[in-house]
Design a protein around this ligand. Structure first.
Ligand SMILES: Nc1nc2c(ncn2[C@@H]2O[C@H](COP(=O)(O)OP(=O)(O)OP(=O)(O)O)[C@@H](O)[C@H]2O)c(=O)[nH]1
Ligand SMILES: [Mg+2]
Length: 272
């Protein structure tokens, strides 16, 4: 059930805007729009899930600027650096998921976020910006979209935040989502919003780096309204575990390719 939220200000694209993204100047303006705010009613319907593996150094950056009244669940994915302790000290709820994997952590957070109507996923490495929360969550809170994916526009990326090969891979994967599932996204970004009941019904299977791609593919295939919102992307705090290292990048790419192939071969009915 959707309850209209009069208190939220939308700064992202309107529904159906996925193909008409803002100009660079507009995008900059939107991301810097500190006037955008989630009212208390909207904030109370959200839960932000932050998967975290050894992010003790990054969490103080990642949680700085958290809007008041927004519930945050940090999923400690078997960290050895005191990530859970740091998250708790910063006021987050902490859930422990010993099974490693980005998707495993996101799934554990989604399950733990019982009572929340809308989930927002946000990396715990300080790359993403709380100022973009209204643009990402707003359309889902208002019932205008089923899944909003934050598009890390080039104009909004800090130099060095996204290595060129990751940008190319994301563009190719997003194009594949369009071909296989009819979605119109340009980035397989980690910042996203979806209703919790919708997510649980999608039946995502991947528990690694294929999770974000599988979410878009399944949502598209189920006929859900998938839109994008422009979001900023900064150089991560703490140490790079994937994009700055060859072998983890190869593994993540292989995982996503496996998800694409499995989706292309899957003839079972869509779940929603
Ligand atoms: N790599 C990795 N990250 C995990 C895992 N579980 C949770 N995470 C968290 O998932 C988020 C995204 O992972 P990142 O390591 O930032 O991956 P990335 O953004 O592709 O690459 P880098 O920022 O260069 O490391 C971060 O908040 C991680 O701490 C896991 O098993 N592996
Ligand atoms: Mg990262």
């Amino acid at each position: 059930m959707h309850v209209p939220s009069p208190t939220i200000t939308l700064v992202g694209p309107t529904p159906g805007d996925a193909g008409t993204m803002p100009t660079r100047a507009q995008a900059r303006h939107r991301a810097a729009d500190h006037g955008a705010a989630l009212g208390p009613e909207a904030a109370g319907r959200l839960c932000v899930v932050m998967p975290a593996l050894d992010e003790a150094d990054a969490l103080p950056v990642a949680l700085a600027g958290l809007p008041p009244g927004v519930r945050v669940v940090v999923v400690d994915n078997g960290s050895r650096d005191g990530t859970g302790r740091v998250a708790a000290a910063l006021g987050a709820e902490v859930v422990t998921e010993p099974r490693r994997g980005f998707g495993a952590a996101c799934w554990a957070g989604a399950v733990a976020a019982a009572g929340a109507e809308v989930l927002v996923f946000l990396d715990a490495d300080g790359t993403l910006d709380w100022d973009d929360l209204p643009a990402v969550a707003g359309p889902v809170l208002r019932g205008d979209a089923d899944l909003v994916v934050g598009r890390r526009l080039a104009a909004l990326r800090e130099p060095g935040a996204m290595p060129w090969h990751i940008g190319v891979a994301n563009t190719v994967l997003a194009g594949a989502c369009g071909l296989l599932a009819g979605t119109r996204v340009h980035d397989i970004g980690p910042y996203r919003a979806i209703r919790r009941d919708t997510l649980l019904a999608l039946g995502l299977r991947d528990r690694t780096y294929g999770w974000p791609l599988e979410m878009i593919l399944r949502a598209g295939r189920a006929g859900l309204r998938v839109t994008e919102a422009p979001v900023a992307y900064r150089v991560r705090a703490g140490t790079s575990k994937v994009t700055g290292r060859l072998w983890p990048t190869v593994k993540a790419t292989a995982r996503m390719t496996a998800v694409l192939v499995a989706h292309a071969l899957d003839r079972s009915p869509a779940q929603r």
